[in-house]
Design a protein around this ligand. Structure first.
Ligand code: URA
Length: 186
């Protein structure tokens, strides 16, 4: 287990565990306050994230920031955001199970150093990997799952909300539940 965040980040940025390393511009390690109580986990970097080296910086990211800010959360202040895979899958395809399995090593190490109280899974891929493989995100988003003494909440992926703006109210309701939980654990 890593004891030092900088060493973890440096090693992750040199990772060659899977073939996604071959075409990356940047390893997208994560962003935010490493002492946060809330860890957000997405699926993997897209084009903008690969170019800038930061998660959720495209259109979906702007929507995510807008919803976070509405509830007093911010990547600069009180949350941490990372992805299941740290390198961009070609043409934004879903990360393959073996890519997820290799890369989640880094997320586990991040998790152990951050020690969050709740993990919010953004979208089906992250929720399936972290909560249960057969999760039905459209039905089960906003539910709190307890697993090994940890709380997980799946929510809708901001890119899915951009495709279907009707879903935004449901995501807002999930964020509102998160905020109530957060206020209790502060
Ligand atoms: N979608 C994700 O799941 N993660 C990102 O970092 C960007 C878009």
């Amino acid at each position: 287990m890593y004891k030092d965040w900088i060493k973890l980040e440096n090693d992750c940025k040199l990772c060659l565990k899977c073939r996604l390393a071959e075409k990356r511009n940047n390893v997208v390690f994560g962003v935010g306050n490493t002492k946060s109580k809330v860890l957000f986990v997405g699926e993997g970097p897209g084009e903008n994230e690969d170019l800038q080296g930061e998660p959720f910086v495209g259109r979906a990211g702007r929507l995510l920031d807008e919803m976070l800010n509405e509830f007093g959360f911010s990547r600069k202040k009180n949350i941490y955001i990372a992805n299941i895979v740290k390198c961009r899958p070609p043409n934004n395809r879903d990360p393959l199970p073996e890519e997820q399995e290799k890369c989640i090593f880094w997320l586990r190490e991040q998790f152990k150093l951050i020690c969050p109280s709740i993990i919010v899974c953004l979208g089906r891929i992250a929720a399936a990997k972290m909560i249960k493989p057969d999760i039905k995100i459209t039905k089960e988003h906003g539910t709190f799952f307890k697993k090994r003494n940890l709380i997980f909440m799946p929510t809708l992926h901001p890119a899915a909300i951009l495709r279907n703006p009707n879903m935004k109210n449901e995501a807002i309701s999930d964020f509102s539940k998160l905020k109530s939980y957060y206020e209790k654990i502060l």
